[in-house]
Design a protein around this ligand. Structure first.
Ligand code: 13P
Length: 256
């Protein structure tokens, strides 16, 4: 689609998943300190999504730093009798600025459907935060040649009408690339991100041109530069390599 639109500022988000004791806060601090010491500001926004227990402490540690922090999931309701769950409002109160919804691990471990993900996205918006909505095909679906169908269907059903570039980020994470060290070719990434962009523009017009589309799945310092320069890749959602400051900074260097 037309490429004259202003490109969005990239976002590199670290998803710590179910990792992170208090000691891990030193890694977040090291990232913030290293970025502060750089002569040139980074050409990307940076977000870290630790386990919910660390969010309030992270607010202290990252005070005054451009590094933002967020959460990995939320309940659809604002409050109430939902033992063990956490709402977008509670996460906003703790200082989160974004919440990942619909990660393939939530879809697989907790049976989250596209409809559930869409409800969670609405909850994130209700709380005034940015939703990072994850989509991506399994290995079987890729082998069956269904990648684009699956991804566009998930996009249609998981991202609500009325979403904007300010409150919504799409993350394309092929399930088979998560934690495996495998990545699609840059050609395949370009194809899928191009299809996502086309659909976003079809649905959201101008907003669709500037809605960020992150790539996730085995992003490492070694492949970040190549992956981050593919057309319609507006940043990364990073799992394992976001746990160590040196690795995460290595990825951020693609925008340095
Ligand atoms: P890895 O970077 O460990 O492959 O994880 C990707 C991911 O699932 C981020 O949400």
């Amino acid at each position: 689609m037309a490429g004259e639109e202003k490109r969005p500022r990239p976002l590199v988000a670290g998803n710590w998943k179910m990792n992170g004791l208090r000691g891990a806060l030193a890694e977040a601090k090291a990232v913030a300190d290293a970025l502060a010491a750089q002569p040139m500001p980074l050409a990307a926004n940076v977000l870290i999504c630790p386990p919910a227990t660390l969010i309030m402490v992270m607010a202290e540690i990252l005070r005054g730093s451009p590094v933002m922090f967020g959460a990995q999931d939320c309940h659809r309701a604002a409050s109430g009798a939902h033992t063990g769950d956490i709402s977008a409002e509670i996460l906003a109160d703790a200082g989160a600025s974004a919440i990942v919804v619909g990660h393939s691990e939530r879809r697989a471990d907790h049976g989250e459907t596209d409809a559930v993900v869409r409800a969670k996205q609405a909850a994130v918006h209700r709380a005034g935060l940015t939703a990072i909505v994850c989509i991506g095909e399994t290995a079987g679906q890729r082998l069956a040649g269904q990648t684009l169908d699956v991804v566009v269907r998930q996009l249609d059903r998981s991202v609500a009408d009325g979403s904007t570039a300010a409150n919504t980020v799409v993350a394309y994470e092929p399930v088979w690339a998560i934690g495996t060290g495998l990545t699609p070719t840059v050609g395949d990434v370009a194809l899928v991100h191009g299809a996502i962009r086309d659909r976003l523009v079809e649905r959201f017009g101008k907003e669709g041109h500037v809605m960020r589309i992150l790539y996730g799945g085995s992003v490492k310092p070694q492949n970040a530069r190549e992956l981050m320069h593919v057309a319609n890749v507006d940043g990364a959602l990073v799992g394992g390599a976001s746990l160590k400051a040196a690795d995460f900074l290595g990825i951020l260097a693609a925008y340095g």
